[in-house]
Design a protein around this ligand. Structure first.
Ligand SMILES: Cc1ncc(COP(=O)(O)O)c(C=O)c1O
Length: 385
């Protein structure tokens, strides 16, 4: 029996959400132009800024993460500006698509999917193209399960005096992301991943070097995600130019508070343990990881689909057992399946997932010593507890 109401969401967003979040969302609505809302909004922004330890401006759009990506490029990139798009998966590729949509002159640095960006190719392309103005990158490439060395990339971008635009959609809230210390000029994220609430909020952090560019523009080809407009409204009135999703802001406020109650270091440690258990469980089943392990994501693991099986069959069997996992995207659609471990994920979720994965794989004729995956997961939890 497939019951979507009780499905365990092991996909990279939307994620399982704590009952306290649903409770926050179902409170009676407050007006979005009231002092109560302004207080809630301001507090939520400050909690978010504390999470990423930034002194920069942050704005929240009512839209998915892509609204914040769109805002970054619309506000910064002028037609003809040279933008280095580092592509190493489906989401880093989205920066390229948006760059083109706004007339940016894109140069692409293609990195093999499943591999991290190293310093050398970045330095090489920056040396060859002195007129690059912006660099776009995806910190945690959800489609391949890679976590890029963002701090090193930020250092290079700053040395070369480039504006660094970072997608932190599946890292912020689940792993350390420190834009001020790591020299990010723009950081974007969304609500439905490691920030722990349903989809519908896009976040953007804007640093002073980015503002300098924005403030020197005569027109910005965006109305809904126009950053100067958001800044003006916030500074003059303490709220947003357009009606925000009040229930989602209330939910985000609670979710951020819960992160600090757990302790952010503890939260990151928990995500890392879940990721490690997932990787060890997969390897023990004789499966191969898609991403190079040295740079494996702590929030999502991509696993190669065994040659005789189809990703969608594995996903279907898992779903019948009450667990939703994800397939591949883009050119690796049928080559991998992905298990995410974000937000409130804990030991029991990984144990159940691996028990179901073993059963699903066996039903599909893939053989391995029974219990080997679950046992490897248990060993990680035994050691690291
Ligand atoms: C890294 C990354 N960037 C961007 C997005 C797009 O987010 P949204 O669907 O919220 O617009 C996703 C969604 O999975 C993502 O994982």
């Amino acid at each position: 029996m497939i019951d979507n109401n009780t499905m365990l969401l092991m996909i990279p967003g939307p994620v399982n959400t704590h009952p306290k979040i649903y409770a926050a969302m179902s409170r009676p609505l407050i007006g979005h132009r009231t002092p109560e809302f302004k207080e809630l909004y301001n507090e939520t922004l400050n909690l978010f800024k504390k999470l990423i330890d930034t002194k920069n401006d942050v704005f929240i759009f009512t839209g998915s993460s892509t609204s914040a990506m769109d805002s970054a490029i619309a506000n910064l990139v002028q037609p003809g500006d040279k933008v280095l798009n580092i592509i190493q998966g489906k989401f880093s590729e989205r920066w390229y698509d948006i760059t083109k949509a706004y007339g940016g002159n894109s140069i692409v640095l293609n990195i093999e999917w499943g591999r991290a960006l190293r310093e050398e190719p970045l330095i090489e392309i920056l040396d060859k193209n002195k007129d690059i103005k912006f660099i776009t990158i995806c910190h945690n490439e959800t489609s391949t399960g890679i976590l890029n060395p963002a701090e090193k990339i930020g250092k290079i971008a700053r040395e070369y005096d480039k504006i660094l635009i970072v997608d932190g959609v599946t890292s912020v809230g689940g792993d350390y992301v420190y834009p001020d210390k790591w020299n990010f000029d723009i950081l974007v994220t969304g609500s439905q991943k490691c920030l722990g609430i349903p989809p519908g909020l896009g976040f953007i952090m804007v640093g002073s070097r980015a503002w300098e560019i924005i403030n020197n523009r005569t027109t910005i080809p965006s109305y809904y995600v126009n950053l100067p407009l958001y800044k003006q409204w916030f500074e003059e009135r303490g709220d947003t130019p357009f009606t925000p999703s009040v229930p989602l802001i209330a939910a985000q406020n609670i979710s951020l508070k819960m992160m600090f109650e757990e302790g952010f270091d503890n939260r990151v440690k928990r995500h890392r343990r879940m990721a490690k258990a997932t990787r060890e469980g997969a390897k023990a089943l004789g499966l191969e990881l898609f991403a190079e392990e040295e740079f494996a994501s702590n929030t999502v693991t991509a696993i190669k689909t065994p040659p005789k099986l189809k990703s969608k069959e594995i996903i279907e069997k898992m779903k019948e057992l009450g667990i939703l996992i994800a397939g591949g995207q883009g050119k690796i659609k049928n080559k991998i399946f992905r298990i995410a471990h974000m937000n409130i994920v804990q030991e029991k979720d990984i144990l159940i997932t691996f028990s179901a994965l073993e059963l699903s794989l066996r039903k599909l004729g893939f053989s391995f010593p029974q219990g080997s995956g679950v046992s490897a997961v248990e060993q990680v939890f035994e050691k690291d507890s």
